[in-house]
Design a protein around this ligand. Structure first.
Ligand code: FPP
Length: 254
């Protein structure tokens, strides 16, 4: 069986309502580095370590899907050396981390616009996806050159080019994250409280949690805090509290 170590249960009381799918805007790498008088790219490198810890912590906690925002459509406008650094980091991380992720039963998906990515990055992505394609213990979606508006536009364009009607259902099927359910919980680290063109379509009914921790400092305790906050929320999906209560305990027949 794959992933014995990664997926071993912790000695914790594991509540039933652990989010199935968590999505994260991993913000604060640059500030983490600047506080230490280090180049921003060092913060991004620490960000990769934080991501590795987060995958393990999520899997142990019973989360099944993790989606992270690694490079947005708008990040191209950062200084050229940072953009190149992030591209190199992706290629390096894919080469270095995929064997362990694969051994742990993690399936990797890269989500985003592939045009504009270098041959090197594209080859790394293709290798990571094909190596892990039969894994089913945990899904890690890495949003890279991704934007929520890009995703909605590409789904609509796909349907239009096939002469298909644009409905919620057909759009759901054409979106870049069609292979997973919508995120239950969206976390943003780094103290900012905005969506920044992440999962615009898919987060319609997600719960949001904003953490002041910078991404490299986002540890298991911080994840627990986010999951606990999620567990206090009442997800009504447009219904009333009273409706939810009566659905949970329907009146007994006499
Ligand atoms: C936001 O922090 C973070 C990013 C734009 C990149 C996130 C990338 C990683 C966590 C590592 C790379 C991961 C892969 C898989 C390549 P920021 O730079 O905006 O931080 P700041 O707000 O403090 O400036």
């Amino acid at each position: 069986m794959k992933g014995n170590v990664l997926f071993a249960p912790l000695a914790l009381n594991m509540p039933a309502t652990v989010p199935h799918h968590i999505a994260i805007v991993m913000d604060g790498n640059g500030r983490w580095a600047s506080k230490r008088f280090l180049p921003r790219i060092v913060g991004h490198k620490q960000g990769i370590d934080s991501l590795k810890r987060c995958v393990k912590a999520c899997a142990r906690r019973g989360v099944k899907v993790l989606t992270v925002f690694a490079f947005s459509s708008e990040n191209w406008s950062r200084p050229a050396d940072e953009v190149t650094g992030l591209m190199d980091l992706l290629a390096m991380a894919v080469g270095r981390e995929v064997p362990q992720l694969h051994a742990d039963g993690v399936r990797l998906h890269f989500v985003g616009d592939r045009s504009g990515l270098s041959v090197n990055v594209l080859a790394g992505i293709a290798r990571a996806e094909s190596t892990t394609q039969d894994n089913s213990s945990f899904i890690l979606n890495i949003c890279f050159n991704y934007g929520g508006r890009w995703d909605i536009a590409q789904a609509a364009a796909q349907l239009a080019s096939q002469g298909l009607p644009l409905t919620e259902d057909s759009m759901n099927k054409a979106m870049a994250l069609a292979h997973v359910a919508d995120p239950d919980l969206v976390i943003r680290t780094g103290g900012e409280q905005r969506i920044s063109n992440f999962l615009l379509w898919q987060s319609a009914y997600s719960e949001f949690f904003f953490s002041d921790k910078l991404w490299p400092d986002f540890d298991q305790a911080a994840l627990e805090e986010a999951i606990s906050a999620y567990q206090q929320r009442e997800r009504r999906f447009g219904k009333t509290s009273a409706q939810l209560q009566s659905e949970a305990s329907p009146p007994t027949e006499t």
